[in-house]
Design a protein around this ligand. Sequence first.
Ligand SMILES: Nc1nc2c(c(=O)[nH]1)N[C@H]1C(S)=C(S)[C@@H](COP(=O)(O)O)O[C@H]1N2
Ligand SMILES: [Mo]
Length: 323
Amino acid sequence: MLIRRPDDIRPSEITPESAFLNRRATLAALFGAGAATALPRAFAAEGATPAAPPAPNLTYTKNARYTVPNDTPNSWAEVTGYNNFYEFGTDKTDPARNAGTLRAKPWSVEIAGEAEVRGKFTFEDIVKPHALEERIYRFRCVEAWSMVIPWVGFPLGDLLKRFKPTSKAKYVEFTTLLDPRQMPGQSLPVLDWPYVEGLRIDEAMHPLTLLVTGVYGRELPNQNGAPLRLMAPWKYGFKNVKSIVKIRFTEQQPRNSWNVAAPNEYGFYANVNPQVDHPRWSQASERRIGGGFFARRQPTLTFNGYAEQVAGLYTGMDLKRYF
Ligand SMILES: Nc1nc2c(c(=O)[nH]1)N[C@H]1C(S)=C(S)[C@@H](COP(=O)(O)O)O[C@H]1N2
Ligand SMILES: [Mo]
């Protein structure tokens, strides 16, 4: 059955035109014939009985300061089945189907740039010194859909401090793994691989910014960015780079993948802002995933509801210019 919500934004509307051409034909070669013939379809689990998450396999505490009042988290099936991870295909259901080729263990992260402590660190070196906590955050994709997600992780700033950034460290750049054998979508010119993102150092150090290792009490599924991904909940989803292999402290503002692909459409800051529309659609409201066929649209909140905590980072900045 083909159910297509009228307010759905098709990949053809968000992918740069040149990259979108013949996408289905090329995906067929990478992912098998099914991808070429499958009609676009609504996420199967949407509106269905929420599938319960499997038992937790992480040790963590619930941080009750970070919850979303009057809202319940999206189901496990939604959080792990409706994804953007173009390294595994551009449809929302592609990552769950295709991300099995990613080897998230063992993993290492290179620390580089303007910091006293640099070098290669294992996943365990990175994570072990930190107590994991669960925080329920709003999540807002630039495509005007949203979820509520119980992430497990720890404040990124606590990690960054361990590397003793120098006074020249004004920004932090994060890079995803580059390996077309593990990430077959990297064989297509959809984005300039590897996926890179960046934050200003004060954004990276902000207590809301998490380095995420899990969701729903479990180690991150590959499709959600195993084993390490970023989460800055006041920004559009594309800032939250997955499967990070490199963290670099820089003096200059780093490039970020979607800005490189379409600079008029995706900025560096990408703060959720109902008053600054995407050139091709409004950001004033959003479709909350999981409401079923008659899903409600809800108003977009400034800084995705985190204005009280983060607005001060942008005092005096014209947020229409720095979008
Ligand atoms: N490496 C990488 N990171 C990525 C993306 C991607 O395509 N590749 N997509 C981004 C976008 S657009 C969104 S909305 C979120 C989706 O995260 P989720 O699938 O865990 O909900 O991941 C972000 N991080
Ligand atoms: Mo997104």
